[in-house]
Design a binder for this molecule. Sequence first.
Ligand code: 2AM
Ligand code: CA
Length: 262
Amino acid sequence: MDKAETALLALRMRDWVSQAGAHIRHHIHDPLHVQTKSSRKDLVTNLDKQTERDLIAAIRTEYPQAQIMGEEGSGDHVTDLKGLVFFVDPIDGTMNFVKQKYNFAIMIGAYIDGAPHVGVILNVMRQELYWGGPQLGVFKNETPIKAVSPLSLEDGLFGINSGMLAYDRYHSHQLFKTSAGMRILGSAGIEYIQLLEGRQVAYLSHLAPWDVAAGRVMAETLGMSVSRLDGHPLDMLSSGDVLIATAPTVADIRAIALDQPR
Ligand code: 2AM
Ligand code: CA
């Protein structure tokens, strides 16, 4: 895809998530139908499902050949990464959406033959739209974001999945003590935004492809590392433990998390 086509794709993706965000804000105080999925902490609402259907319909109108992986199941059963593939998370941080009406995101990642191409993350309640990719750079609304200044783990805040911290997975208590502090935000998209803005140096969580896809495009464009904790590249067809971190902190984190010599 050339630069003009990529810019048009990014414009469309921004438009789709902006419209979806406006719809959610308009209905934010409506009664919600909340269901559990894999556990009592894994929720889906009628607005997650409706938003996904709306986003996927918009994508199909403009890109009928593309494959679409959506969290709530209205996309395709994607088994390979050939061509243009969209990853759609209609509401990222559904627990926050239900309990706080705040701190949740809409995310779409577009990949071509498995390579990150364009990502968009909308902080719905703050109306802050992060978007970009390797051909475009990264923007907050219309303002370019520069690569973040590298802090060490000791000087930076660390975002983590609450379950990992509760059960001390990957020596996360030691990671907590070594870092400047830990933050648990409950939404991969909102965590990604902290990294893009240079407010946190790392995020460690168990994530699905739609949780990772959009932010990965932008984080890598700004020079951050996005990989499995052990350093293996991500497989965008399966869930797993993911470390997103500024380059100087990756080795520090792996040394503690995996008991590796430095
Ligand atoms: P979600 O709200 O879209 O499900 C913190 O809970 C983060 O992890 C959120 O971004 C959440 O996304 C995601 N998440 C929650 N449960 C998950 C699961 N079982 N597998 C992968 N990601 C999950
Ligand atoms: Ca979701």
